[in-house]
Design a protein. Structure first.
Length: 140
């Protein structure tokens, strides 16, 4: 903790194309602005619906990451992006938290695939909150 603001050494953000995901990204920028720390954004293609408008997975990943990379650049923050093709978001978060000593996971309240978006917490945030070995921030 520096002053009255908690500093996280390593933040993992799960992203998709949803507005909730974009809100989560903006919250991380607010939290980390002016502080050092690793920020990793990932997108898992295993959670994406099969009815994609994209020619291939790489094009899809580029579209998902382009918007957030620009936001971090404007805030003078660096970010690492990872397109995950072989692991579900929940499993990837759990593995990465443990292997890479992540101390904050940030997720949108309900992603692009959430059913009843405004009524219940999405399945991924619920599972991560129950199983993650670090703090979890779910952004509405």
């Amino acid at each position: 903790m520096r002053g009255d603001k908690l500093i996280f050494d390593k933040i993992l953000i799960g992203i998709d194309e949803s507005e909730e995901s974009l809100k989560a990204v903006k919250r991380v920028i607010e939290i980390q602005k002016g502080y050092e720390g690793d920020i990793i954004a990932f997108h898992s293609t295993l959670h994406r619906g099969s009815d994609s408008d994209y020619e291939n997975i790489d094009d899809h990943g580029k579209k998902v990451f382009d918007r957030i990379e620009k936001l971090f650049e404007e805030a003078n923050l660096s970010i690492k992006t990872r397109l995950i093709q072989d692991t579900s978001p929940e499993d990837y978060i759990e593995q990465t938290v443990e292997k890479e000593n992540v101390n904050l996971v940030v997720l949108g309240y309900s992603g692009k695939h959430g059913i009843l978006k405004r009524r219940i917490l999405g399945s991924i945030p619920t599972q991560v909150m129950n199983n993650a070995l670090c703090d979890v921030l779910v952004v509405k």
